[in-house]
Design a binder for this molecule. Structure first.
Ligand code: TXA
Ligand code: MG
Length: 320
């Protein structure tokens, strides 16, 4: 069973070596916890798919210590992608790029593309740097949950999700609760214009400020395979409903300005959308543990981060 260790220099050193040795290391990022393996080691990457119960044709994001490593993984990188990387990395953004010819199928689900991200979390960056100093090139890491379950935002959530899948050689690094709480914005950078595949903390408005107002080609017909594109995802066991009146026995997630009706359990009462995003998944988990009847999310805001939150809530509300 994977052991939980604090993110101190000694544990990070051990974790980097564990990755080099082909083991799994779950680690915090600013978005959610990732389940990491050496992205160049086929057996190690296969362990991720087994531990998660994830179909092998769903590609993994490769995490890098800095933008300088991008050319080792990707080729034909458009100028706009370089601009975004320079401005938003380290940060909650994943770029889908044409993969370099040396990169193997097993990390990219057989597609000729690669998802890259430099996370903005001290523990993750220290781990990536240490791993690099031991010869590692990148850490493949999906969210550290079972397939279709809720992404973990604490080390204990990782342990609850995957503890029984990990061996004594594997590790879970504990860096506390994730600051942002929802997964990175994924941007398809394969064409002349970027496309957002998964909304996140980096919003279309923020991207527009960099690339100009006509940057975005939103196309729902995008055929690229990414698990966030499944209709149902991020599923708590408790049914989730959006913008309906909560009844006694239900749990409520809403901004603090919304009152809690009699008999309803208030799961979270954040003041801002940022705070709502950061507690959303923990609130889902809490509702499951409390065995509430339903999770009701009230969110009438639109645009920006609200879109990313609504994307997750709608997927959680779709049980198919
Ligand atoms: O914030 C995040 O992105 C977290 C942290 C750990 O970095 N990671 C994460 O990974 O959410 P995952 O695997 O749970 O979701 C990543 C999504 C998946 O839907 C995957 O299929 C998609 O990114 N993806 C990865 N590489 C891709 C590629 N080459 N082409 C298309 N989609 C890709
Ligand atoms: Mg995931």
């Amino acid at each position: 069973m994977g052991v939980i260790s604090k993110c101190d220099p000694n544990s990070i050193k051990k974790a980097a070596q564990a990755l080099i040795d082909g083991n799994l290391v779950a680690f915090p990022t600013e978005t959610v916890y990732g389940l990491g393996a050496d992205a160049t080691n086929e057996q190690a990457v296969a362990k991720i798919y087994t531990a998660k119960g994830r179909p092998s044709d769903l590609p993994l994001i490769v995490h890098l210590p800095s933008i300088n490593e991008i050319d080792k993984w990707a080729t034909n990188i458009p100028d706009y992608a370089k601009k975004l990387a320079t401005l938003f990395w380290p940060g909650p953004m994943t770029l889908i790029l044409k993969r370099d010819k040396h990169i193997k199928d097993f990390v990219s689900g057989g597609q000729d593309t690669i998802g890259l991200r430099v996370p903005n979390n001290e523990c993750a960056l220290e781990l990536l740097k240490k791993f690099g100093s031991l010869g590692g090139l990148g850490i493949a890491a999906p969210s550290a949950n079972r397939y279709k379950s809720i992404s973990p935002t604490s080390a204990m959530d990782v342990w609850k999700e995957l503890g029984n899948q990990l061996t004594s050689q594997d590790m879970i690094l504990d860096g506390g609760s994730c600051e942002l709480g929802i997964e990175s914005t994924i941007i398809n950078c394969l064409d002349s214009l970027p496309r957002i595949l998964r909304p996140g903390w980096i919003t279309p408005h923020m991207i527009g400020n960099i690339l100009g107002p006509n940057f975005l080609q939103n196309d729902s017909r995008d055929s690229i395979k990414h698990s966030g594109s499944d209709l149902s995802h991020y599923l708590p066991k408790t049914p989730v409903m959006l913008n309906v009146p909560p009844l006694p026995g239900d749990g409520l997630i809403a901004l603090s300005k919304i009152q809690t009706p009699e008999g309803v359990y208030r799961l979270s009462s954040p003041d801002t959308l940022e705070s709502l995003a950061s507690v959303l998944y923990a609130s889902f988990r809490n509702a499951d543990e409390l065995r509430l009847n339903n999770i009701i999310v009230i969110l009438n805001e639109i645009g920006g981060l609200a879109e990313a939150i609504l994307d997750r809530v709608k997927k959680a509300a779709t049980h198919i």
